[in-house]
Structure formats: C-alpha cells, structure tokens
Design a protein. Structure first.
Length: 467
C-alpha cells in the first residue's frame, strides 16, 4: 500500500489516500504518472491510448491520479465555509483564535494569539470527520506532534504544544511562519544557485538532526518547506515521519509519501534515512532547473539538464539521485558539508572581494590605554588561537576600549579588513545580522537572509569583526 499526498502538509495536513502498488510495476507507473499529472482527464485518456500502456500499468497510473485528485493542493484551498468559524474563540483557556489560515480535507489551521506568552502561533485542528474516516488518523496526528517536538532545530518547524479543545477537537500548536512555501517560490521563478544551495543546506541540516534522533521524515518536498520571518527555511509536516525504532503508529511494510519525491526503495516500502536524501536531491534539482527530474532518467540525462551548473553541483545532485542507496552520501551531515563547500565556492565567485577598509574602520580613540597590558596580551593570544573571542564584565569597565586597542594592534593580520559594528542601540537580536551586513557593505540579495549573506561574503576571507 502507498499513501499519497501530492502537496502540502505542515500547516494543513492533507489526507494521504491509500492505493495498491505492485512492486513490479511501480517504476513504469510512476514515469507515466509524472507525464500525465499535469493533463486534464481527456488528455490523460488520449495519452494512455497513444502509449498503448499495459492494462496493469494503466490501472496503476489511474490509481495514482485518483489519489492525487482526492488529496487536493495547498494552493487550491477549500472554501472558507468548509472550516468551522472559530473567530475570537479561546482554546484551552490560552490560545485566542484570530483568523483562518487555510483548510484541507484533514484539518484546518488558524492564526491564534498565545495569551500567556503574548505571541502569534498556528493552531492545527484535526477535523472530526477525517478522524472518523480513518481509525489511524488520531494516532498519526498525535505522532506528528510527538515527532516534531523531538526536534529543536533552527531549520525544523517548531511545535510548542498539543491538546484537545473543550468540544473534543485535537489540535497542535506550532510556530507561525508568515512566509511562503518553497513550492510557491519555485512556481514564481527559478531560484538562483546561491538560494538553492542555501535552502538545500538548511534542510540537510534539519534532516541530520532528525536522523540523529532516529526520525525519517519520508515526505521531503518543496510544499513542506516553509520560510520564517528572517527568510530561513523550515522543514515541516512530520505527519508521516517514521521512528526507526517505533512500529506502533507507522508500520514498516507500508510505503507512504509523495511519489514524485519517493526513492525507488521507498516505493517498495523499504525506508531508511537515505530516502530523505533522495528527496532532497529531487528538491535541489527542482530548485536549480525549475522542474523535477524525469523519473527513471539516467545520470547522463540529469547531467544534460544541469550542464550549465558547476561540475561539483552536478556531481552532488547525481549522487543524491543514485538508484542504489549505497551509492548516495553516507548521511545528511555529509550532504550539508558538501553544500557548505559549494556555498563557499559560489560566494567566492560572486563576491570576489569585500570593499577595502583602511584605518578609518575603527572609531578614533582620544586617549592612550594605560594599565591593561596584561589583559591586552592575553586577549591577543586567545584571538590567535580562536575564531571567537568574547570579553565579559560589568558595563563601564572598558571592554570596548580594550577591544579597539586589540583590533588596532592586529589590523595587519587581517587582509580583508577590521570591521567595527556598533550594537549598543540594537534592542532586537534579529537586527544584529542586518547591522553587520550594513557595515560590511553586503548588499541586499533577494530572499537571502542577512546572516547568510554575511556568512557567504566572509567564508573565503580573513577579516576581523568587532561587535
């Protein structure tokens, strides 16, 4: 059996319709499915006749298409009257409903205000009719909260709480991410190489954390990648995730996921962490080219579509998409490291050198520093041994003055400049990367967060930042 969920996820949780899959036919059926999915009903029938497909394969494709139609799409939300009106309702004596964010066949998601912590959250409710239709739905819904709560990672969607409302509706409390999804971004325009590599690296980092916790996501795809207020990617929808040592909710012999992003072994119901790497490879290919790789295509066919990209990018994509999972990267950590190296190489090509900076980079000091020779020598030694040096102490004890003296003395050791970033008037931590980017002269670059722009600009350089 295979469960299908063609689009979205985390904020809505569309149903995963089950259909029978023959392991002998799944490869050919999936190839036809990819071709026919975008056609209307008449076009599908005509194309099947033209292909003269084997009847068993045709039935398999029809099952896939029917499942896709039943599951729906996040971008085609159900009418607002499909979801109950909960305006201004107080849930669990804590979460004040503000408005409906979206609906799917399985549940509804509302923007709410956490009255205790004074913050916006997203409340995802399981629709009672969906729970009644599938006895396993309640267990899966609770498992989603349990799985996501295990991950505390900057690139995984955050789950704060779960519970049951006074009228018996199950809900999950998630962080509210006001940005769009990666699926929407790909549909709008082809991403830049730097954007694609950055997003892939962030998702690889989240997968590394998930796999280390014994969790396989099983539904990595653009529709399940959200963006937070800073532009960072967040992997969402752990509704069909699998605990490698847990069989009470998700059975091992059932294949689930979205066919276009499922590895060959996942289609057969044989899943481990490598399946998530395959899906990440499909997603990276899609971000770079604007379309998914053709099912069953050879490495040479992939190379043709990626011919305009750096050879190292092509090699990584082809390795991720290897049919034999033993030929894929050993784990998500290795993928992240490879992507970080590609990001650094791409940044060096795009930003050959930071603006030159002379002595005027440091504020002028009107007096000499007396009586701090011991501290200054110790700080210089520590700075030579580490990439991060933090001076701590009560306010007004001369930390900034000591730092300026230290920076002035080592200026020649940093060919790409010594940069002073004043933060005394910065109250919000989120504004720190913006301040650093502004001082460095790193220009705004589309949706890339300022922290990532700073990292990309400095990754291949030797500079000293004084914050």
């Amino acid at each position: 059996m295979t469960a299908f969920n063609p689009e979205f996820a985390g904020r809505l949780g569309q149903p995963r319709v089950r259909f029978a899959v023959s392991t002998d036919l799944h490869g050919e059926a999936r190839i036809l499915f990819d071709e026919l999915f975008e056609l209307d009903d008449a076009g599908r029938v005509a194309r099947l006749r033209e292909l003269g497909a084997d009847s068993a394969v045709a039935r398999e494709v029809e099952s896939l298409l029917a499942a896709a139609s039943s599951a729906g799409d996040f971008l085609r939300l159900l009418p607002s009257d499909h979801a109950p009106s909960l305006g201004d309702e107080l849930v669990a004596n804590r979460y004040r409903i503000e408005r409906l964010l979206g609906s799917g066949a399985m549940g509804d998601v509302y923007l709410a205000r956490d009255q205790q912590l004074d913050r916006n959250v997203a409340l995802k409710f399981l629709r009672p009719s969906a729970a009644a239709a599938d006895p396993n739905m309640v267990a899966r819904f609770r498992a989603e909260a349990r799985v996501a709560a295990r991950l505390e990672h900057p690139h995984a969607a955050t789950v704060f709480d779960n519970g049951e409302s006074d009228d018996g509706r199950l809900f999950i409390v998630m962080a509210y991410y006001p940005g769009d999804t990666l699926r929407e971004r790909i549909a709008q325009a082809q991403l830049s190489v730097s954007d694609a590599l950055r997003i892939a690296a962030q998702i690889a980092s989240a997968l590394a954390a998930a796999h280390a916790a014994g969790i396989v996501h099983r539904d990595v795809k653009p529709a399940n990648v959200l963006f937070d207020a800073t532009g960072s990617a967040r992997l969402a929808d752990f509704g069909i995730a699998k605990f490698l040592a847990d069989t009470d909710v998700i059975t091992r012999d059932v294949a689930v996921g979205t066919p276009a992003y499922m590895s060959p072994e996942q289609m057969r119901g044989d899943v481990d962490a490598s399946a998530d790497l395959w899906a990440l490879g499909v997603m990276l290919y899609e971000m770079l080219t604007g379309h998914r790789p053709q099912t069953g295509a050879s490495a040479s066919a992939h190379a043709d579509s990626l011919a305009s990209f750096d050879a190292r990018v092509r090699a990584l994509v082809n390795t991720l998409l290897a049919d034999d999972r033993a030929a894929r990267p050993i784990n998500a950590h290795a993928v992240r490291d490879a992507l970080d190296a590609l990001i650094a190489a791409n940044a060096a090509a795009v930003h050959p050198r930071l603006p030159e900076m002379g002595r005027g980079a440091l504020p002028n000091t009107v007096t000499r520093l007396f009586g701090r020779e011991h501290e200054l020598a110790a700080a210089r030694t520590l700075l030579a041994e580490s990439r991060l040096l933090t001076l701590i102490g009560p306010g007004g004890t001369g930390k900034t003055r000591l730092s300026l003296e230290l920076a002035s003395g080592v200026r020649d050791e940093y060919p790409d400049g010594v940069w002073f970033v004043p933060l005394a008037e910065i109250a919000e931590p989120a504004l720190v990367p913006w301040s650093v980017a502004q001082v460095l002269g790193v220009s705004h670059s589309g949706s890339i967060p300022p922290a990532d722009r700073v990292i990309a600009a400095l990754s291949a350089r030797r500079a000293l930042l004084l914050l």
